[in-house]
Design a protein around this ligand. Structure first.
Ligand code: 1BN
Ligand code: ZN
Length: 345
């Protein structure tokens, strides 16, 4: 699977070296690059962004509460499409987001196991400025692991809990900036084997829907969180994400003194951000794909709550919240969204 071998790619280093604020990564980056290797990232050679200082109060995550949400979701158990756990997760999200502007996006995923009922949830927090920033996480666990105890503490629950804790920070505030939409995506995992048409069911559905209804053109940035609860936090720099947005995430991490947890490794990830990248939306996948030695806990029953840390939720949550501030403070400098697909379809 992904990242199981190393390769040296000088072109990535060169691209990083010459990439300036607003430059787009070449279209040669494969959409499904989940088999590309992790390699040391080139942060030290990256040019400094000329970012404007954010104004107004910084939001910070309540990490203990985030961790409680993660535990609640793990307690639900497996959450594959069609499971009781999927229904319980839906009820849990409805309860936690009951006072918010919540949209339910029910659809049928056409999977190798037949048509499966899936449902995305979108909680919308209005801002004062025209435009939307989407923060996303996946809520499902893998169908192939349905007969195991796999409850995805890190893979699924951690980022879902993170988004719920971010909702707590956004709720009831006047957001001086873009609207923030929290997308809880179903069906990220492959039902049989990861492939373009067997993965990212919820994000593919939502990206298509937002293309049709005109929402896509309003999205300034799409930031995905995945596997961010790992106590040994090691967020990689994703080559399939938008370089300027990755730079902004790193800038936010530096501002908070968390840069040692970011971008020591680099790889091309295929995940829920990919369908939005194809729509021309600037995307960033904030993922720690190094979970246990050699990622050995990933998609195993070892993915349990004891491997997680509230501090990792704090770091990731605060960096994402700081990235929101940077996006708002630098709204006039954001590159125009790409016209065509960023990655091959
Ligand atoms: C992340 C967590 N992913 C699945 N669960 C996406 C992925 C798929 C990453 C295949 C690498 C390979
Ligand atoms: Zn997974």
């Amino acid at each position: 699977m992904a990242l199981n071998h190393r390769r040296i790619c000088l072109c990535v280093a060169a691209l990083t070296l010459f990439c300036t604020w607003g430059c787009e990564r070449g279209k040669s980056a494969p959409a499904n690059a989940s088999s590309s290797a992790a390699q040391p990232a080139q942060n030290s050679s990256a040019p400094q962004m000329q970012v404007s200082e954010p104004k107004g109060p910084a939001l910070r995550l309540n990490a203990e509460r985030a961790m409680q949400y993660v535990k609640d979701i793990v307690t639900i158990g497996p959450r594959w499409p069609g499971s009781k756990g999927q229904e319980k997760t839906a009820a849990y999200l409805r309860a936690k987001l009951k006072n918010d502007s919540l949209i339910e996006d029910a659809f049928e995923g056409d999977t190798p196991a037949g048509k499966l009922a899936m449902r995305n949830f979108i909680a919308r927090f209005p801002g004062t400025k025209d435009g939307i920033i989407v923060l996303a996480a996946h809520i499902d666990t893998p169908y192939p692991l349905r007969n195991t105890s796999f409850a995805g503490a890190n893979d699924g629950a951690s980022s879902t809990g993170l988004l719920l804790a971010i909702a707590d920070q956004l709720r009831g505030k006047k957001l001086e900036g873009y609207s923030v939409w929290l997308a809880f995506l179903d069906g990220e995992e492959a039902v049989q084997q990861w492939a373009a048409n067997d993965s990212d069911y919820g994000s593919r559905h939502l990206a298509a829907k937002w293309q049709q209804d005109g929402t896509t053109g309003k999205i300034k940035a799409f930031i995905l969180a995945d596997m961010i609860g790992d106590a040994d936090l090691d967020i990689l720099r994703d080559d399939n994400s938008t370089p300027w947005l990755e730079d902004m995430v790193f800038e936010a991490a530096k501002r908070l003194g968390y840069q040692s947890h970011f971008f020591a490794r680099e790889a091309g990830m295929d995940d829920d951000h990919t369908p939005f990248a194809r729509s021309g939306v600037p995307v960033a996948d904030v993922i720690d794909f190094n979970y246990g030695y050699n990622n050995s806990y990933w998609h195993t029953t070892q993915d349990t709550i004891d491997k997680l840390s509230p501090r990792s939720l704090q770091i990731t949550g605060d960096v994402i919240l700081e990235t929101l501030r940077l996006l708002n403070a630098n709204a006039d400098k954001l590159p125009a969204p790409a016209q065509g697909p960023r990655v091959p379809s």
